[in-house]
Write a protein that binds this ligand. Structure first.
Ligand code: GTP
Ligand code: MG
Length: 137
């Protein structure tokens, strides 16, 4: 599809970077389909990241992702999933390319400012996790 899903993570929201991050996203040609600000419980964060439940960083990830408000969004653009992964850069900011959102705003491999879906299938699942059908237009 031409859609992807993202969340501005708690560290970036708390530090006041959400405006600058949304500006980078829009300037890269993405249209915001849906947006809101919410705070997950640790349990809901665990459901979202269930694919990582056997990884050693899972508990920390759930604590981090529920530590403050996040800004989930559905985005639209040609080739959205791949182009958005390119825009955000590597998971580990030490390896993130110049000009990427994580290069500019991520602090560590865990507190890395932003999420981007890794496939069309997951973009749909993740968008539906946060937004009702009537919110996705
Ligand atoms: P997302 O867009 O958030 O899914 O990031 P990603 O696809 O680049 O990474 P991945 O799906 O592998 O991991 C999900 C999230 O778990 C990352 O964004 C980090 O916040 C966290 N994470 C991943 N690897 C590590 C790790 O080795 N240590 C810690 N502490 N956190 C990690
Ligand atoms: Mg991922």
């Amino acid at each position: 599809t031409n859609r992807t899903f993202t969340m501005i993570k708690p560290d970036a929201v708390a530090e006041g970077h959400s405006g600058a991050i949304i500006k980078m996203i829009e300037e890269a040609g993405f249209r915001i389909v849906a947006v809101k600000k919410v705070q997950l419980t640790s349990e809901r964060a665990g459901q979202f990241y269930a694919v990582h439940s056997e990884r050693p960083f899972y508990q920390g990830l759930c604590a981090y992702m529920s530590s403050g408000p996040i800004i989930p969004m559905i985005l639209e653009k040609d080739n959205a999933v791949a182009d958005f992964r390119k825009l955000i850069g590597s998971t580990n900011p030490a390896q993130a390319e110049e000009g990427t959102i994580r290069k500019r705003f991520a602090k560590s491999i865990e507190s890395n400012a932003i999420h981007g879906s890794d496939s069309d299938e997951n973009a749909k699942i993740e968008g539906d996790f946060f937004f009702a059908g009537i919110e996705q237009f």
